[in-house]
Design a protein around this ligand. Sequence first.
Ligand code: GTP
Length: 348
Amino acid sequence: MFGFLKKSPKSEVEGSQAASEAMPAAVEAATTTARPSWGERLKAGLSRTRQQFGGGLASLFGRRKIDEDLLEELESTLLMADCGVEATQHLIDELRKRWKRDRLETADQLQEALAESLTDILLPLEQPLEVSGHSPFIIMIAGVNGSGKTTSIGKLAKHFQAQGKSVLLAAGDTFRAAAREQLQTWGERNGVTVIAQDSGDSAAVIFDAVNAAKARGIDIVLADTAGRLPTQLHLMEEIAKVKRVIGKADAGAPHEVLLVLDANIGQNALAQVKAFDASIGVTGLVLTKLDGTAKGGVVAAIARQSPKPLRFIGVGEGIDDLQPFRTREFVDAVFARSPGTGADTPAE
Ligand SMILES: Nc1nc2c(ncn2[C@@H]2O[C@H](COP(=O)(O)OP(=O)(O)OP(=O)(O)O)[C@@H](O)[C@H]2O)c(=O)[nH]1
């Protein structure tokens, strides 16, 4: 923890200097004790999706007989949960096959078959981020405005610190002053260096940050960028330039290009993945705000239509509410099953 803050033109913050402004919610939540486990928070966070997805199904599954009408209603329920046409069709086809092949009779058996098919769809997305291949390992963060980039960076910083890694943050969102301040607050609270500039462009800030990380033997650089819509073509060109400049500071970098998606956007996530991928080559996804939405089925849509490794999912504003995506615990939470058993837990 150092405790220095050079303001202009560049600032670098670390350690002990207390921030006077209000702490971001995630920082605040970090100080609370006796938190429920991640499994419990995931289940609670996915409650709206479960109501749409699992809960909606539960009312169907209340019926005894499996028939074409039931499958049709199931199809509508999956579409309403934002699974998308492709994934929904695939899941229904799989269920129809298994209904006949495995002679499924009860609705419970059908639900179990659905959970298994959903697991099969999602498993390819489960590819945890491996950061040991390069030092510094440079992670560029992109996404539309308000998707959760800056707060996710704070959470990721803690995640990597907990693995014993040193982390440096690059305040590359030079459009929104509050984003820089937010990162600086994080740095101060968590003993993490933040490279920032009061003015200047994103590429320059991140270039400096990469060089600082190399000079100091830092393990991981998390580089924030300003939010932008894929339709803002000049901004998409700008972020492509940011990526090229990172490559000039360290050949082969960035080693990960994370696209942060707000789960509330549902099917629009597919278009965002495609557009950002075309401009900066997305290598992984972060899906935030699953706690505020019934659209958690979008994970299945991503798996079928825009498959990219889903590195992390977020279910809240607490510092540890962003965790690596693990298919089985996700599916268990969607169906409110006890982890690994396939058994239902009591309905909410
Ligand atoms: N409920 C909930 N809120 C979240 C989650 N992730 C982020 N947020 C909140 O979403 C809001 C926007 O987050 P930011 O990190 O500022 O978003 P950003 O993408 O950096 O925004 P711009 O800089 O404007 O592009 C903040 O209030 C966060 O606390 C999540 O998983 N759940």
